[in-house]
Write a protein that binds this ligand. Sequence first.
Ligand code: ATP
Ligand code: MG
Length: 366
Amino acid sequence: ATKPPTRYSITLLPGDGIGPEIVSVTKEVLNLAGSLEGVEFNFQEMPMGGAALDLTGVPLPEETLSAARKADAVLLGAIGGYKWDKNEKQLKPETGLLQLREGLKVFANLRPATVLPQLVDSSTLKKEVAEGVDLMVVRELTGGIYFGKPRGFGTNEKGEEIGFNTEVYAAHEIDRIARVAFEIARKRGGKLCSVDKANVLEASMFWRKRVTALASEYPDVELSHMYVDNAAMQLVRYPKQFDTIVTNNIFGDILSDEASMITGSIGMLPSASLGESGPGVFEPIHGSAPDIAGQDKANPLATILSAAMLLKYGLGESDAAKRIEDAVLDTLNRGFRTGDIYSAGNKLVGCKEMGEEVLKSVDSAV
Ligand code: ATP
Ligand code: MG
């Protein structure tokens, strides 16, 4: 007898611009990959971002947040657009994103940067340097200088105007992000590089001390430390040396964007934001691309790969995740490309058709 399917509830937040197109395609891929592994989904679609602003006056309505809280995972499309940037007084769609992260207490942001052999030519680096890059940046998302107090504007003792912020990390904040990173490194290449500025900043010295203290619990992971200025150089010089990187909020913000440019394919890059327990948020790193919205031109692969992260890191359904990852590679191998990753000799397709080809690949791999 076959066992009954495992059911998960997923909150879909399509958002703005190309968000609805890429989420709708991704939903089908999730359904198919899940069904092949005995997994079923209840999808609940809720408004967020500019779409929610137009509808309710706020970028993250209470009903959306409470639905997300009850779900097993949240899949987000993209947020924002010109339309809501004009009005200075109005709330911004992006505010909803911060509120969602805060509301779900997701403190770990995972951003893989992988140079696929099929797309190595889109990298900003020379082929020899870019080839084979496969790294993961684990960024602390809810602490550090972006949230530390005191902060604000004032005057110094000479009466001159100043602006100031504070980098603070408590022991538990460092330990929990480090644990996430050690666990991920353990499942990847077994190497973890902690990036800090421990030669100058006390918060970084403390960070290094806590991360080092945890290393004995992960004897199978090789831990190293690097100053952030050096890490920024090494990422461009020889990115293959990195497997998993763990770092604080501000360094992670910068390094994860730098790492994504190595791949050169913004339409291909997924992300995950995880909390202690409760649902994670999974979304492409690209924005709402208002310039191509509604034209069936968007590359849905970053969102489809975010769905694979949802299965793997959000639900522990690694087999279904692998089906999606393999299907994306197979689709690229069969030559299908959206405009953003197109090069001569390939087959140019739109968002919908790309989704259909991924579905065929999921199906044919049975
Ligand atoms: P945001 O502020 O929302 O991050 P942005 O302007 O910084 O927006 P994107 O919205 O990511 O950045 O768009 C940057 C460029 O990349 C645009 O020209 C857009 O068309 C293109 N782009 C982004 N995502 C995709 C995608 N999935 N498929 C195709 N092109 C994309
Ligand atoms: Mg942007």
